[in-house]
Design a protein around this ligand. Structure first.
Ligand SMILES: *Cc1c(COP(=O)(O)O)cnc(C)c1O
Length: 448
């Protein structure tokens, strides 16, 4: 069957995420027939370099031999079993290993990032209930934060495009200033911006700590805000403030975990330990939906009791799915046996060098880089910039999804030098091309 046939059937039967479906009257969907390494291939043999790791989930490329072998082996043993009252090898081994890697020895599982955020918020709230502080019911998040789109997670997400419509349903959180390094005024460093933002956080905690259960942050990079990067000192200060004002610190590592920022987990660059760590996306290398909330003995003990209702009675049907846990174990094995973090340093240095002409392009502002994420803002008056850039890059054989006027690369950790070259050259050509054309249509707000 041709591309055309698949996209028509998909348009008729599949309600696609994060999409105004009417747009697909003119903007074609791309049916993917197969994928290999960093390449997606459609039904007519056209290939696209997956420069966003399939929405930030894929770590080691598509059709990975080790990931496939691990999953096939697990299929022969156990695909899934109820986790209430039962347990199994992959979930035990994964929990032990994540505990050893983070120092947070209690792992609770969900299926998506948003469900991990819900779990962390509920656990934090319930912790304070169990501790006899029922007034601590609110959450603080950063300006421009993104923590997922279920009703609880949307309450701590500061993206009006996603939350405004549902405002009457949401428990609105408090917002602390973003430490986004782009907010630096003349003569200020990224660390100065972090200090300034932390002062705003302190004022908020000072005024409201008795009502606040937790602060939730995306460590080092606010992804959906447009890859807003910030100085690690913010996290160190936030940890001290959370301790001083008796507020939990939740690290939402759903996008930045698993080596994205250069360390296995981003919060590690600030030498801190959060009270909760939320993991998903790269957790299974992009193979299966799984999420996990890690927490401390201190939190765990507040629930450990003869009274059933002091326990955490939350559940999801697929919690701790054996296949997904097996995929996550293989991801950890690959990190260890292939020394992925060191290899990424060399890979990142090479790609950064190749991107120098992009960084110097006259329409590029705030070129920034952290680990395996690169981003820059484009000076343009085209209201349809994100969609125009997306389409122009597709013609170059590259999948990129600009967020507003921010273009970013978040490639799998296997990008080869010739693929980097292709990506850098295609980006430069597209910047030149779009710089010369003028705006015609307003395609509406840009989506991540
Ligand atoms: C993607 C993301 C989420 C939500 O994860 P889903 O699996 O899409 O529900 C939450 N927080 C951050 C930081 C994310 O990037």
């Amino acid at each position: 069957m041709s591309n055309e046939a698949w996209l028509e059937r998909s348009r008729a039967a599949v309600w696609h995420p994060c999409t105004q479906m009417k747009r697909h009257e003119t903007l074609p969907l791309i049916p993917v027939a197969r994928a290999e390494g960093v390449w997606l291939e459609d039904f007519e043999g056209r290939r696209y370099l997956d420069a966003v790791s399939s929405w930030w989930v894929n770590l080691f490329g598509h059709n990975h031999p080790r990931m496939k072998a691990a999953l096939k082996a697990q299929l022969d043993e156990l695909e899934h079993v109820i986790l209430a009252g039962f347990t199994h090898r992959p979930v035990v081994e994964l929990s032990e290993r994540l505990g050893a890697l983070t120092g947070l020895g209690h792992a609770f599982y969900g299926s998506d990032g948003a469900s991990a955020v819900e779990i962390a918020l509920k656990m934090s709230f319930h912790f304070w209930q169990n501790r006899g502080e029922p007034g601590k019911t609110r959450f603080v998040s950063l300006e421009n934060s993104y923590h997922g789109e279920t009703v609880g997670a949307l309450g701590v997400t500061d993206v009006p495009l996603f939350s405004r419509t549902y405002a009457p349903l949401l428990q609105p959180g408090l917002r602390a200033p973003s430490p986004d390094a782009r907010l630096a005024e003349a003569g200020e460093t990224a660390a100065d911006v972090a200090t300034r933002a932390a002062q705003g956080l302190e004022a908020l905690l000072e005024a409201h700590a008795s009502e606040i259960a937790a602060l939730i942050v995306e460590p080092l990079v606010q992804g959906a805000a447009g890859m807003a990067m910030y100085d690690p000192s913010y996290l160190a200060t936030a940890r001290r403030l959370c301790d001083r004002y008796r507020v939990h610190l939740i690290a939402d590592e759903i996008a930045v975990g698993f080596g994205r920022t250069g360390s296995l987990f981003a919060y590690q660059q600030a030498d801190i330990l959060p009270d909760f760590v939320c993991l998903s996306k790269g957790l299974t290398g992009g193979y299966l939906p799984l999420s996990c909330v890690l927490t401390s003995d201190m939190v765990y003990q507040a629930f450990y009791d003869d009274d059933v209702t002091r326990g955490f009675l939350h559940s999801h049907s697929y919690t701790g799915n054996a296949l997904a846990c097996r995929a996550a174990l293989e991801v950890l094995d690959i990190f260890a046996s292939e020394d992925v973090l060191s290899a990424n340093q060399a890979r990142a240095a090479c790609f950064s060098r190749l991107l120098e002409p992009v960084a110097r392009h006259p329409s590029v502002r705030h070129f920034r880089h952290c680990g395996m994420i690169w981003a820059f803002d484009v000076e343009t008056d085209r209201p349809d910039f994100a969609q125009a850039f997306f389409q122009a890059m597709l013609e170059e054989g590259v999948l990129l999804r600009p967020i507003g006027r921010t273009v970013y690369f978040m490639p799998p950790y296997i990008l080869a030098p010739e693929e980097m070259q292709h990506l850098a050259a295609a980006t430069l050509r597209t910047l030149d091309r779009l710089g010369q054309t003028t705006a015609t249509v307003d395609s509406g707000p840009a989506l991540p």
